[in-house]
Write a protein that binds this ligand. Structure first.
Ligand SMILES: C[S@@+](CC[C@H](N)C(=O)[O-])C[C@H]1O[C@@H](n2cnc3c(N)ncnc32)[C@H](O)[C@@H]1O
Length: 329
């Protein structure tokens, strides 16, 4: 989009409605390849390696999982995008099996992907390398050992869950990053995840609650997307992969309805740099300021009715790390 068009709310809405229609039509006609999720295509080798290593470290750090607890585990990665580096890190650390499920197929450069896996392999110890080599063969191209690393493209989790439960596969851990917010009605995905998660299993999701910069990057208020009427936003977001506008309260309710015991770490606050390390409580003075409150109040009268009366904190939190445990019985 041209830079002047990015400053017009109406033009952005029109463009997103068109893209949403286009994506729905493409998918319905059987085209699953998209540039969406091609996170590694524009990254250098070093950037890719740190992205993968940071994701893996975050899953452990914020869930409290130790490397010992990964031994023999079955893991499902939802929306892995164009790279299975995170899956390989789990396998190298001792997980028994990783299945990746992605509704689309993110375009990728196979040579660059192979380079990333080779470099990842160089950065792990000997024992980890043995397990790594059991999962992937990089001698010529990239070949997965399906009993260790299996990827499923073109199915959403509801469809994949039916297939996996028919095969008798249950997972100990389900992870995702930058995926849940792109699913227009994530409730159905949480229900499907629940079907394939073993009792006592962990669900770990990093969820961006921002507008992805769609309006904010054009200089508009970062909560502008919450001013668009539901019936319009639906036409922009059902299939295009832009954020679903669900806020932290929605995810708390979903986890509560599933009976999961959940922790929610805040990863960001509107108008501020990412909150690292992520934390369960945010405080005025240290994590946000009176300027943050002013920013929220400034737009409140223009928000759609379902957002207008929400607490300041709910509106200002623009990212979460969700760690939820399924009951054992
Ligand atoms: C922003 S990308 C993130 C990719 C990767 N997790 C990363 O951090 O680089 C979102 C990914 O979610 C996938 N996705 C979107 N909707 C999905 C759904 N309903 N089920 C499974 N995957 C989905 C997309 O195809 C894409 O690969």
């Amino acid at each position: 989009m041209k830079s002047w068009a990015r400053r017009s709310k109406t033009l952005i809405i029109a463009a997103k409605i068109y893209q949403n229609w286009q994506m729905r039509r493409r998918f319905a006609s059987g085209v699953i390849e998209t540039e969406h999720g091609s996170s590694h295509r524009s990254k250098s080798l070093i950037e890719s390696l740190s992205y993968i290593e940071e994701q893996f470290a975050d899953y452990l750090r914020y869930s409290g999982l130790t490397p010992d607890e990964l031994q023999g585990k079955k893991i499902l990665e939802l929306g892995f995008g164009d790279n299975v580096g995170v899956a390989l890190k789990f396998l190298a650390a001792g997980a028994d099996r990783v299945v990746g499920v992605d509704k689309f197929y993110s375009s990728r450069n196979p040579e660059h992907e192979r380079e990333i896996y080779l470099a990842l392999r160089e950065r792990i110890n000997e024992r980890e390398r043995e397990r790594f080599d059991e999962a992937i063969d990089l001698r010529e191209g990239v070949k997965f050992n399906e009993t260790r690393l299996r990827v499923i493209n073109g199915l959403d989790l509801e469809q994949a869950a039916t297939m996996l439960t028919d095969e008798g596969i249950l997972f100990d851990i389900i992870v995702s990053r930058a995926v849940i917010e792109e699913i227009f009605e994530p409730g159905q995905v949480f229900n499907a995840a629940d079907r394939v998660l073993a009792p006592g299993g962990l669900s770990i999701h990093k969820i961006d609650l921002s507008d992805y910069g769609i309006f904010a990057d054009g200089g508009m208020h970062p909560l502008t997307f919450l001013t668009i009427p539901d019936w319009v936003y639906r036409r922009m977001a059902t299939d295009s992969g832009i954020p679903n506008r669900k806020l932290i309260g929605y995810y708390k309710k979903e986890m509560n309805e599933l009976g999961y015991s959940a922790r929610f770490l805040v990863t960001g606050i509107v108008g501020r740099a990412p909150l690292v390390p992520h934390q369960e409580q945010v405080e005025l003075g240290s994590d946000y300021t009176t300027d943050t409150l002013k920013l929220v109040e400034e737009i409140r009268p223009r928000l759609c009715s379902q957002f207008r009366d929400l607490k300041d904190e709910e509106l200002m939190i623009n990212g979460i790390f969700l760690v939820a445990r399924k009951p054992t019985s």
